[in-house]
Design a protein around this ligand. Structure first.
Ligand SMILES: *Cc1c(COP(=O)(O)O)cnc(C)c1O
Length: 230
């Protein structure tokens, strides 16, 4: 894509983040802009890197591994944000810094088992099915405390917080409801696992609502790279 356009997109996004952060009396530096580069080529990641972005989110393992190999020379931080099958846990544990989409103990245990000894603990968020959609992945809010207790004791993981992908909606007031629920869930979990400090919530179309509710990681694809062609 056109690098000038990318740079304009990022500038506009950072301005959106700054404005809401200010209104919500939050510090901009507490909010990470995670560039979701799935379905976009290495060139797009390199261009975003030149615009100052360092952290990238991927949903498909093979695609991500290919990009990592090609971009090995760049000091990038990689986040896995897609659905995880058990046969992919080794490669994820070996190659990523963060995983946002864990919703079962089995997957967490395998990630911990497979984390290489020479790497720091894998940073982990639990995905919560906050809108209660039957088709969505994520642990139900009812089962969250139990999952937190099981995951927090795994040796090679650092349980950082919660992630959600709410049902899409365009009404800015309604958009806040699931984010309020996720924030409250994190607050409740702090009595069980005090180190949890991360709310991975907010995408291109609802990041204002997410920031107002305390998001610390915005996962933005379209707003940075434009629409995906697949
Ligand atoms: C694709 C994706 C995003 C980015 O969505 P946009 O609407 O393009 O910003 C964020 N989070 C997850 C989990 C995704 O799969």
């Amino acid at each position: 894509m056109d690098e000038r356009l990318l740079s304009d997109n990022i500038t506009k996004l950072l301005e959106r983040v700054r404005l809401v952060a200010e209104k919500s009396q939050r510090v901009t530096g507490d909010i990470l802009l995670l560039a979701v580069s799935k379905n976009h080529p290495c060139e797009a990641v390199q261009a975003a890197y030149r615009c100052g972005l360092r952290e990238f989110g991927e949903s498909y393992l093979q695609e991500a591994l290919a990009k990592m190999a090609e971009l090995e020379a760049l000091p990038l931080v990689w986040h896995f944000i897609g659905p995880i099958q058990s046969n992919k846990t080794r490669a994820i544990a070996e190659n990523f810094d963060w995983v946002h989409s864990v919703d079962r103990e089995k997957i967490a245990r395998r990630l911990s088992d497979h984390r290489p000894g020479n790497l720091p603990d894998l940073q982990l968020c639990l995905q919560v099915n906050i809108s209660g959609e039957a088709t969505k992945s994520g642990v139900s809010p009812d089962e969250l405390p139990q999952l937190v207790r099981k995951v927090m004791v795994l040796p090679r993981l650092q349980l950082r917080g919660l992630m959600a992908i709410p049902a899409p909606g365009s009404d800015p007031i309604k958009q806040r409801e699931p984010f309020t629920k996720l924030r409250q869930a994190l607050e409740e979990m702090s009595s069980i696992a005090p180190g949890m400090d991360t709310l991975s919530m907010g995408m291109s179309n609802d990041l204002e609502a997410a920031i107002a509710e305390g998001s610390t990681i915005l996962r933005v694809g379209t707003g940075i790279f434009g629409s995906r062609n697949r």
